[in-house]
Design a protein around this ligand. Structure first.
Ligand SMILES: *Cc1c(COP(=O)(O)O)cnc(C)c1O
Length: 843
């Protein structure tokens, strides 16, 4: 396109059939939005939509305060808004749609239209990930697929885009007829036909018919569809149909042969998702990997592959784009503030099933602490709406939720039902605005509370959550609890059924917050936890964890805590034993201990030849039970030291035999850390003690080959807070250690050595921005660092910076950073400062 299309107020008035009441006709509008609560870009236009429950015209002033320069309105007194340019139309939604249709018409690029009952957003994101390998892609943001979302999506198309991928959803008959002329797809995808959100669509046949309306003018262009869909089978499909399907597995009943243009075959599960091959229309078979779980995603991948191939994308690019696809990472976020309040943020979508799941996470996590549920309206439920809200209220009343706050009109039904079902009225509040909610929370919240936010995205509750979450610095440590769970199971599989697992969560779970990790593993069936000091074990008890908790450094002066909180000390000295005995009498308890044998580490523990006599003494003490025997390896991670490790194992076995011969039988025998667990089957005994491996990290490269089935659970990110250009010859940072040889663009990022971004990253360490590696220039400062972003197109303030973790197809590992600094991953993790917000993620 030779000239960038643009929208002036005058053009908008003309395209919408409206009248410019006041304002500069030549003002070029940069963006268009309908949400008065969101910040507006400079020179943007606010569309005052009238909904069932709100009148957008009431928010024109708010939008103008947030930066909107103009508003599209259907009524009201222009004099009331002196700072806003106004265009008047008859119907603002219709005007928005007409505008979007005209805008779309200015772009002569392929537009993929995606509809279907489930999986639209995932197929859209998969296809965009594939197309982005070779082209500049526009895609609908999030799941913008409604009568409002589609026009807003379309208005985001810009001249630099080579292709657009647009999602369309409907909940009533006739809606697609309005979306079709806006989108005018040049390629269609229909994911499937099911009953999701079908309240207004009666039955499957009607659903299919209505969805197909999107492709009414496809002519002979391709329509990708699921070969096996019965409801679609009733219709003659528009366009040139191209089908996809999953071949039935070996053990599928019957010998029915599936036929489809793109057929998924030979599916194998991998640690992250699936490996499979697809038979293309030319008969060739191509292998692919999909790194997300869930079998239903195979069909979604098949649809995306079929569309990409039909669009002429190379098989290689399809493979890479699909492998790079990830589910949007933030489904359920948890974060504990400095004040000790924990927020569980799941305010992105809500339906009866996910709301119940979120409530059970809340209940589970809160344990003995106060559990507060903030529940917003569940939208798109049609006729089932009232019943669904009522049932949710009953669920709240019957779970251990202490406090219920309902936000929104339909959510009031939740509150009433909870009360009817027995919840005390004092414990229920209904609020109708985010500000009221804020005031309430500010008054009420206290340390230890656990708060769940759950609502449909359009309720705006996620912004309330963000307002409470966005405190202190932008640096974040993301901890993927599902990855930790997967890693736990991978290690379990490796050590086999006979061996249990002790999760080592000392040093606040290697810098990650031991409680969250411990609770996750407790649910998965971990046998015990281990911490370094008594004070690390107590919060775990207070959180309601009843598992055995080993304390590796048990001090005599802390014997009272050890006994009071039923912690299990490792013992090797008489002083500690005496103190434990005294406290055991005081509390009238018996204390379970594990004996530590020093087989060569020379750190702590009994010498092998003194262990037996020590054990004998203990066996004679009533208050003390020898529950376990353990040792620790000095170099299980180092193949050059394997002879020494074997010697440690032999020594340990000898001591164990001696105890047995004496009639002392410790129930729980353990020796191996992560490296030992992976590398020495001989050292598994009754339990392995695993710390680092839970995070998907390997102690050394010698182990990495063996850690199949584990994946990285941690990502450390921050944001760009400033951008500037420096001229050739200028220097950057303290002591002027870096000089620009040519003009460069420098980003200042919010991470310094105080956050745990090590100073050895100065001049040459790398971070990821815009999916690329960017070098640190100059010295790392206490709170910030400077990075050369000259090669990142459109880097801007607020962009995510990945210190370690993935971004696009690039990744930086903790080990890479450790290697650069001549240290180990353990040290880097423990040095991530408390200022960095820990965000727990779970799909
Ligand atoms: C830290 C520690 C572990 C865990 O080591 P990883 O290498 O992180 O698995 C196991 N046992 C003891 C005694 C420890 O101090």
């Amino acid at each position: 396109m030779s000239q960038s299309p643009q929208l002036t107020l005058e053009q908008i008035a003309r395209l919408t059939g409206g009248e410019l009441l006041c304002g500069d006709a030549d003002l070029v509008i940069s963006e268009i939005g309908t949400d008065s609560r969101a910040p507006f870009a400079q020179n943007s236009l606010f569309v005052a939509l009238d909904g069932e429950h709100f009148d957008g015209h009431r928010f024109i002033t708010e939008a103008s305060e947030k930066g909107a320069a103009a508003a599209l309105v259907s009524h009201g007194d222009p004099l009331a808004y002196p700072d806003v340019a106004l265009i008047r139309v008859d119907d603002t939604l219709e005007a928005l749609q007409r505008l979007a249709a005209s805008w779309r018409g200015l772009f002569d690029v392929p537009v993929v239209g995606i509809t279907g009952s489930n999986g639209k957003t995932i197929v859209k994101d998969m296809l965009a990930s594939i197309l982005a390998q070779e082209q500049t892609v526009f895609r609908s943001p999030g799941s913008y697929n409604s009568q409002i979302g589609v026009p807003l999506s379309l208005l985001g198309i810009r001249p630099e885009h080579d292709i657009a991928v647009i999602e369309a959803g409907i909940s009533r008959i006739g809606e697609m007829e309005r979306l079709e002329p806006m989108i005018r797809p040049t390629l269609g995808i229909i994911t499937n036909i099911g009953l999701a959100h079908a309240a207004g669509l009666n039955d499957l046949a009607t659903t299919a018919r209505e969805k197909l309306e999107l492709f009414a003018n496809l002519d002979d262009r391709p329509l990708i569809y699921p070969a096996e869909s019965k409801p679609l089978g009733r219709y003659k499909l528009p366009g040139t149909p191209v089908s996809f399907a999953i071949a039935p597995g070996k053990d599928a009943p019957g010998d029915e042969k599936t036929d489809a243009d793109y057929l998924v075959e030979r599916v194998a599960q991998t640690s992250q998702g699936f490996a499979f091959s697809v038979q293309f229309p030319d008969g060739a078979h191509h292998p692919f990997a999909l790194n997300v779980p869930g079998r239903h995603n195979l069909a979604n991948a098949a649809a995306a592959i079929a569309a990409a191939d039909t669009l002429g994308v190379s098989v290689e690019a399809i493979r890479e784009g699909l492998a790079a696809f990830e589910l949007s990472p933030l489904r359920l976020e948890m974060h504990t503030t400095q004040e000790g309040v924990t927020f569980i943020n799941d305010a992105y979508s809500s339906d009866p099933v996910s709301a119940r799941a979120a409530l059970s996470v809340l209940e589970h996590y809160a344990g003995q602490q106060r559990a507060i549920a903030i529940l917003g309206d569940m939208l798109d439920l049609g006729a089932r709406s009232t019943a669904a809200h009522r049932q949710l209220g009953q669920v709240v009343a019957h779970t251990g939720i202490d406090r219920l706050i309902c936000y929104g009109e339909r959510a009031q039904t939740i509150g009433k039902a909870a009360q009817t079902a027995g919840m005390t009225a004092d414990h229920i509040d209904c609020v109708d605005s985010i500000d009221t909610l804020h005031d309430l929370l500010e008054r009420e919240l206290r340390s230890g509370d656990v708060v769940l936010f759950k609502a449909s995205r359009t309720m705006g509750l996620e912004r309330a959550a963000e307002r409470l979450l966005e405190s202190v610095a932008p640096a974040r440590l993301y901890i993927d609890l599902n990855a930790i769970r997967d890693n736990y199971h991978a290690i379990r599989r490796h050590v086999g059924d006979g061996t249990g697992l002790i999760a080592v969560v000392k040093s606040f779970g290697y810098g990650n917050d031991s409680t969250r990790v411990s609770q996750t593993l407790a649910r998965e069936g971990v046998d015990a936890l281990a911490v370094a000091y008594a004070d690390e074990g107590i919060p775990l008890r207070k959180r309601g964890l009843t598992l055995p908790i080993l304390v590796t450094n048990a001090l005599a002066s802390e014997a009272d805590k050890l006994v009071k909180y039923d912690l299990t000390p490792l013992v090797y000295s008489r002083g500690v034993v005496d103190a434990l005995r005294t406290q055991a009498r005081r509390f009238s308890k018996r204390v379970h201990v594990h004996l530590e044998v020093d087989t060569g580490m020379n750190r702590v523990g009994l010498k092998p030849d003194e262990t037996l006599s020590f054990a004998r003494e203990l066996a004679a003490i009533d208050e003390i039970v020898i529950e376990g025997l353990m040792t620790h390896f000095a170099a299980a991670d180092d193949p050059d030291e394997d002879a020494f490790t074997r010697q440690q194992i032999d020594t340990f076995k000898t001591v164990l035999d001696q105890l047995h011969a004496e009639g002392i039988h410790p129930n729980v025998v353990h020796a191996a850390n992560t490296a030992g667990a992976w590398r020495f089957p001989d050292a598994h005994f009754d339990r392995v003690r695993v710390g680092l491996g839970l995070y998907g990290l390997s102690p050394t490269p010698a182990v990495s080959r063996e850690t199949d089935g584990t994946h990285a659970a941690l990502a450390f990110t921050t944001r760009i807070i400033h951008l500037k250009d420096v001229a050739a010859g200028e220097t950057v940072g303290y002591n002027r250690t870096w000089t620009a040889e040519q003009p460069r663009t420098i980003a200042t990022i919010a991470a310094g050595y105080n956050d745990g971004f090590p100073r050895f990253m100065s001049n040459g360490g790398e971070v990821l921005i815009g999916g690329r590696r960017c070098p640190v220039v100059g010295n790392v400062c206490m709170d910030v660092s400077m990075v050369d972003v000259t090669d990142v197109p459109n880097a801007k303030v607020g962009d995510e910076v990945v210190i370690f973790g993935h971004q696009g197809s690039e990744a930086i590992t903790v080990d890479e950073i450790a290697g650069r600094g001549g240290t180990i991953s353990y040290e880097l993790l423990c040095n991530i400062s408390p200022r960095v917000r820990r965000i727990f993620v779970r799909q």
